[in-house]
Design a protein around this ligand. Structure first.
Ligand code: MSP
Length: 498
């Protein structure tokens, strides 16, 4: 099975912050899970480099927009590498291939009579790059809206209301979690859809509209098409079977702020262009700081993910988010909770487990291979199998945090057994050997189950057990016939202060 996973194409108007990292880390975790299962998975991300917001940011900085986006795009790319995110392709909307692709997409809409020229008057938020029909201030950025009047190309969005409702109602996992699906359905059923303004004359910083050089494409059309252009160099290439196998199994990971664009405009545009719809949208809530959305326009809320990674490690940051995220809800970031979570789960629970085992086993593991199975260890293996199913189901349901909790609960159960059995006090040789043998098998499972969340820590844990670095899901529950163990130092070092 081939899976195509996307993060939003982030605005290259400011440095990446923890909010961007949040969605990207979730997507990375899902990709790692799919690879572990033996599936093929491709993760793409990129930068959204056109539009008024970028043009104004560049003006304020006194530099050319292209210089600004070159710099910021590189920063995003470097950040994902530093955070240990396994990105396959990084799409930039100012690349020549993307621009040609977006123009081909536009021409397709024109050929099919899906667009027309008219005039638009409305109130616009440059930060959102969006017109609002009600109110004087932007509900997200709380800034006054600006009144624009301009000639504009329109997309016949109004045609698609019923088809969108049918699609969302018949495809239960199209929008996850369910609260977001209900929100979109309520919006669609709440009234007529207006046609969508899809070009601008108020900025030059965009992709020229084919056949009408006065206009540039509305930045959102341009950016959404990046999901297609990241997969293929042209619309023709995109429509070949090889590429369609990826595209038809697409998951878009997004934040709730851009839900309407992805759940209403994007599927309607794809229908209009005769392109299949993505399989699902995974929508995360907001990461907040002091109760406010972490956002470039609210500098007090900004936390640099790279600095944080230097302090808590890549896996520390991944783990904190994956464990703490409540899908569908906002989560308030706090460095205290981060330190507590990673110390409790990674340094204490997992770290102690593997250090204790390594300490006990390094000298005497060979003897254990002649021992009969230890009954509690066998039960814990069954427990691992059950948790592995829970992890798989959570991923299927689009709920990585539930998977993270199932994994850490499995580790906690093994730890509790260790505390209680106190193998270091068992004098009887046969009993001790049986304990070691059982512990080895149980810990081996954990290294597989934890890989999607903690790739580096689990690789170290596997080194302790003498297992090869590349874990595979079907190892879970399998009996390892021979093994060695070597103390390698803690698999996760306790953090003191950040
Ligand atoms: N350029 C558009 C996306 C185009 S996709 C075709 C855009 N860019 S953005 O830089 O503003 O990124 C928005 C996304 O970043 C959100 O949807 C979410 O995935 C992530 N987040 C940014 N801040 C966030 C939080 N404070 N909390 C959670 N996610 C956040 O919109």
């Amino acid at each position: 099975m081939q899976h195509y996973l996307t993060t939003p194409i982030y605005y290259a108007s400011g440095a990446p912050h923890l909010g961007h990292a949040y969605t990207t880390l979730i997507a990375d975790c899902v990709k790692r899970y799919l690879l572990l299962r033996g599936d093929a998975a491709m993760l793409i991300t990129g930068t959204d480099e056109h539009g008024q917001k970028i043009e104004r940011t560049a003006q304020t900085a006194g530099i050319a927009p292209q210089t600004l986006v070159d710099e910021l795009s590189k920063m995003f790319r470097d950040t994902w590498a530093l955070l240990g995110i396994d990105v396959d392709r990084f799409e930039r909307t100012t690349s020549a291939t993307h621009e040609a692709f977006a123009q081909a997409f536009w021409s397709r809409l024109a050929e099919r009579d899906e667009i027309y020229l008219d005039t638009y008057t409305g109130r616009y938020c440059v930060e959102c790059e969006q017109y609002f029909t009600a109110g004087e201030t932007c509900p997200v950025h709380r800034r006054p809206l600006e009144t624009f009047e301009e000639a504009s190309w329109f997309f016949r969005l109004s045609r698609y209301r019923d088809r969108l409702i049918t699609h969302i109602e018949t495809n239960e996992t199209f929008i996850l979690p369910i609260e977001r699906r209900n929100e979109v359905l309520a919006f669609l059923k709440g009234g007529e859809l207006k046609d969508l303004s899809i070009s601008r004359t108020s900025t030059r910083w965009g992709i020229p509209v084919p056949g009408d050089a006065e206009h540039v494409m509305y930045v959102w059309i341009d950016a959404l098409v990046a999901y297609l252009s990241a997969l293929a160099p042209s619309l023709e290439a995109f429509e070949t079977d090889d590429i369609q196998r990826w595209w038809r199994n697409t998951t878009h990971f997004i934040g709730k702020d851009i839900l309407t664009f992805h759940a209403v405009y994007w599927p309607a545009l794809l229908m209009a262009a005769g392109i299949a719809l993505p399989r699902s949208l995974m929508v995360n809530g907001w990461l907040t700081a002091f109760g406010r959305k972490i956002s470039k326009s609210d500098p007090e809320t900004i936390v640099d993910p790279v600095e944080l990674t230097e302090k808590v490690g890549r896996d520390g940051l991944k783990w904190y988010f994956l464990k703490t995220v409540q899908l569908g809800q906002d989560v308030d970031y706090s460095s205290d909770t981060l330190v507590q979570t990673v110390n409790a789960d990674l340094a204490n629970n997992l770290g102690n487990l593997f250090s204790r085992f390594a300490g006990l086993a390094s000298k005497r593991l060979a003897e254990a291979w002649r021992a009969p199975g230890e009954p509690t260890a066998m039960l814990l293996r069954d427990n691992n199998r059950v948790r592995a199913v829970a992890i798989a189901m959570a991923f299927e349901a689009g709920n990585p945090p539930a998977a993270a909790r199932a994994f850490i609960d499995a580790a906690a159960a093994v730890n509790a057994w260790f505390q209680q059995a106190e193998p270091w006090k068992v004098a009887d040789e046969a009993g001790f050997a049986a304990l070691l043998w059982g512990a080895y098998q149980v810990l081996a499972d954990l290294t597989v189950m934890g890989t999607p969340f903690l790739p580096e820590t689990m690789a170290r844990a596997r080194a302790v057990l003498g297992l090869p670095g590349d874990a595979r899901w079907d190892e879970i529950g399998r009996c390892h016939e021979t093994a060695r163990a070597q103390p390698t130092g803690p698999i996760y070092a306790r953090i003191t202060q950040i």
